[in-house]
Design a protein around this ligand. Structure first.
Ligand code: SAH
Length: 373
């Protein structure tokens, strides 16, 4: 039985390991060895840390846990995207996705040009965006830093990626800025040169815009890339699509973005889920251009991934292209997200680990939306 007050070696920063060893009356330098075993060599059992004495390994096992999510299910899409259902040590489940990209079209992550891991930060999500399946689950609990980093450890091992580099997007289940401390701690552990050394420049944090947390993020010494789930150009419509807008509206959100410290050439990505006949009109596009005026940003259009229980439709390619053209003609950089892994329900907004209730409120909402636009 795991004792949750015990330190999880897989969720500790190097200085915490050193401090815990010192408290046990052990030399601090073992902290670095343990950190390397866990994060660089991927061991899941202290007994395997062969350059530590047997006696020290026994003491570590007595005092600490080493927790690693287990793989409950693994599904592979025809496009090479692999979705993992992971079980945490309290039995809760989350989903994590690996998205390989390669010019040759190969579906094998070990010879992809670029590999992106899409990580979860919470079990479920409290944000309840109207078009997102994860939001239907509601929030169960936050993930610990060890559980966020654990997703990466499991993916590297399961996919046999070795030292291959990868990017990370915090775009799985959950709202990262609603679990600020553990998310930022996970990024520090991932960035540590004694472990996986994932530079924050290769990490993108996506958020609906929890403003106090976003302002705090702006003061961090090292920062991931920022993506904002905007999705709408009017307060009234965003109130319905992204309910946190009722608390932190578009205007305030964009003011914080305007002041957000960006290095040369860095830009904020604005994600915009496209919903047929709801937010996909030329007028929406022109309003979006005006809203983003003066912000170093770019737009990523996400044509809706449809799912049962989601009361919206995906717009036609023609409508998406028309929208994109209006932005680009007015000098806004725009891309369209090609959705990956839809056949295994691994695409944006499709991660869900429990069956949810039938969606009568959602349908009412869709009808209300019609009258707003
Ligand atoms: N909570 C964070 C992280 C989730 S990121 C955030 O909202 O930014 C997942 C991205 O996919 C978000 O931009 C989200 O709005 C988008 N998304 C959710 N449901 C979707 C769907 N059905 N189709 C396309 N994109 C969706």
């Amino acid at each position: 039985m795991l004792n949750h007050t015990r330190l999880d070696l897989a969720g500790a920063e190097l200085h915490e390991l050193e401090q815990s060893l010192a408290q046990l009356g052990r030399p601090r330098f073992h902290g670095r060895q343990i950190f390397q075993w866990v994060h660089r060599r991927g061991v899941t059992d202290v007994a395997l840390m062969s350059d530590l004495s047997r006696e020290l390994r026994a003491a570590l096992a007595d005092h600490f846990d080493l927790r690693t999510p287990s793989v409950a299910r693994r599904e592979q899409s025809t496009d090479g995207t692999t979705k993992f259902l992971l079980r945490l040590d309290d039995g809760k489940q989350i989903e994590t996705v690996c998205i390989p990209e390669s010019a040759s079209g190969s579906a094998d992550p070990t010879d992809a040009d670029r590999v992106t891991f899409c990580l979860s930060t919470q079990v479920g999500c409290a944000m309840r965006c109207a078009f997102c399946l994860t939001g239907k689950m509601g929030i169960d609990r936050n993930l610990s830093a060890g559980e966020i980093v654990g997703q990466v450890r499991v993916l590297v091992r399961e996919l046999g990626l070795g030292d291959q580099r990868f990017n990370i997007v915090l775009m799985g289940m959950g709202e990262p800025l609603h679990n600020y401390d553990e998310t930022m701690k996970a990024l520090r552990i991932l960035a540590d040169e004694h472990g996986m050394a994932v530079s924050p420049r290769r990490v993108t944090l996506s958020t609906v815009g929890v403003l106090p947390a976003l302002e705090r993020l702006a003061t961090e010494p090292v920062m991931p890339n920022l993506a904002i789930s905007l999705h709408s150009t009017t307060e009234a419509q965003r109130d319905l699509l992204v309910p946190i807008n009722r608390k932190y509206g578009i205007e305030e959100l964009l003011n914080v973005c305007r002041k957000f410290p960006l290095k040369r050439r860095e830009r904020i990505t604005f994600e915009y889920v496209m919903l047929k006949d709801v937010n996909d009109t030329p007028e929406d596009a022109r309003r979006l251009v005006r809203l983003l005026n003066g912000i170093k940003g770019k737009v990523n259009l996400l044509p809706l991934n449809e799912a049962a229980g989601i009361p919206f439709e995906r717009p036609s390619d023609a409508a998406v292209n028309r929208f994109a053209r209006i932005l680009s003609e007015r000098g806004v950089t725009v891309s369209v997200r090609r959705s990956r892994g839809r056949d295994i329900r691994a695409a944006c907004g499709q991660l869900i680990t429990e069956s949810s209730r039938a969606d009568a409120p959602g349908r009412r909402l869709a009808m209300a939306m019609g009258s707003v636009v």
